[in-house]
Design a protein around this ligand. Structure first.
Ligand code: GLO
Ligand code: MG
Length: 349
């Protein structure tokens, strides 16, 4: 455990202010221009933005290198104007027809090649934007039925693809964002353990870390603060996606702390006690606008999540460690539970 407290820079992605479409209904809000989202980000107190490759350059598959350069340069100008930093670029490897049955693990070698070429374009975009690293959310690497792919082969194909990207850019750092399911029934790199082990299999483990998202840990039936602790112990927690989730259902991406404040408290406690952020690690949010929200207030889940983080951080730092230590020593965990609940509720202890 570090004796430093954490230092925090916050980010979100343009997809986190969305139009409200879901699998059962169409959009209910108008799209908001990127420049307006960037301005809002600054006004709300964020320090950076996250990107998919096509958040910066629309449909990069159809663009020449110079078109990519021009479009990404425009985005960079907007970021500079707002004083925002691009945190990462993630190749969108789950949209194109070539990725229907997976990207790096597709059974068709031509589709696998598409995924690698697309990822290299994402690296190029990352460099033009000046983003700090690449995030790999391996959305369609997995199966709908087990007999369609070999699990060990999938792992080796992902390793080979990552190795190729590490060769493509000698300074590239990749963060794997694990998720156990959705969109596929069963993802092959499903937990923090899988993501970190995957990194160790590559040719340069020092350049591969992970990003833990609250909801993804919960969908795996795990406690996000434990996953964060696991990654911290490996010195691999290079970013987080904070949000919340009401149990084992679809990926809800609710505002941070909105379902379970104690979960939120423990995630921030684990980060803060480890001195998170001193090596430049970001606190990213990956939260979705409620479909019911009106256009002009469609960013409140972001400012709410930020406020909750600050509130919970204050609770983490004002926890009386001597009481905590004493109750641990007495092994009176019922009393420790009481103390924590009183502390969170603002009731005198
Ligand atoms: C979806 C993921 C997704 C990623 C984003 C960046 O469940 O959380 O939002 O975080 O595509 O890789
Ligand atoms: Mg995420």
């Amino acid at each position: 455990m570090s004796d430093k407290q954490g230092v925090y820079r916050f980010s979100f992605g343009p997809w986190n202010i969305d139009e409200g479409a879901d699998p059962f209904g169409p959009p209910v809000r108008q799209p908001i221009a990127f420049a307006d989202k960037a301005r809002k980000a600054r006004e709300m107190g964020f320090h950076g933005l996250q990107f998919h490759d096509d958040d910066a350059v629309e449909d990069p598959d159809r663009k020449s290198a110079s078109q990519i350069e021009n479009e990404a340069t425009e985005v960079r100008k907007i970021l500079d104007q707002e004083g925002l930093v691009p945190e990462f670029v993630a190749p969108r490897l789950w949209f194109a027809p070539e990725t229907i049955d997976g990207a790096y693990t597709n059974n068709d070698p031509a589709c696998r090649q598409y995924a690698i070429d697309r990822s290299k374009k994402a690296v190029d975009i990352m460099r033009i934007l000046g983003a700090e690293y690449m995030v790999l959310w391996l959305a369609r690497e997995g199966t709908y039925i087990r007999e369609s792919k070999s699990p060990n082969e999938q792992i080796l194909l992902i390793r080979d693809a990552i190795n190729e990207l590490l060769d493509y850019d000698k300074d590239l750092r990749i963060l794997i964002e694990p998720k156990p399911n959705e969109p596929v029934d069963s993802a092959i790199v499903s937990t923090a353990g899988h993501a970190i082990a995957m990194g160790y299999m590559t040719k340069d483990p020092a350049r591969v870390g992970c990003l833990i998202e609250t909801a993804h840990s919960m969908l795996a039936g795990l406690d996000p603060s434990d996953d964060m602790g696991f990654a911290l112990a490996h010195e691999k927690l290079w970013s987080v996606h904070l949000n919340d989730q009401g149990g084992l259902k679809f990926d809800q991406d609710k505002s941070f702390g909105s379902y379970n404040l104690r979960h939120a408290f423990n995630q921030v406690r684990v980060l803060d006690e480890a001195g998170y952020g001193h090596n430049g690690e970001w606190v990213g949010l990956d939260v979705k606008t409620m479909r019911t929200q009106k256009q002009e207030v469609s960013w409140k889940h972001l400012s709410n999540s930020l406020k909750t983080f600050q509130f919970v951080l204050e609770k983490v730092r004002s926890l009386d460690k001597s009481i905590q230590r004493q109750l641990i020593q007495e092994r009176d965990y019922e009393e420790l539970d009481r103390y924590i609940l009183n502390h969170l509720m603002g009731v005198p202890y």
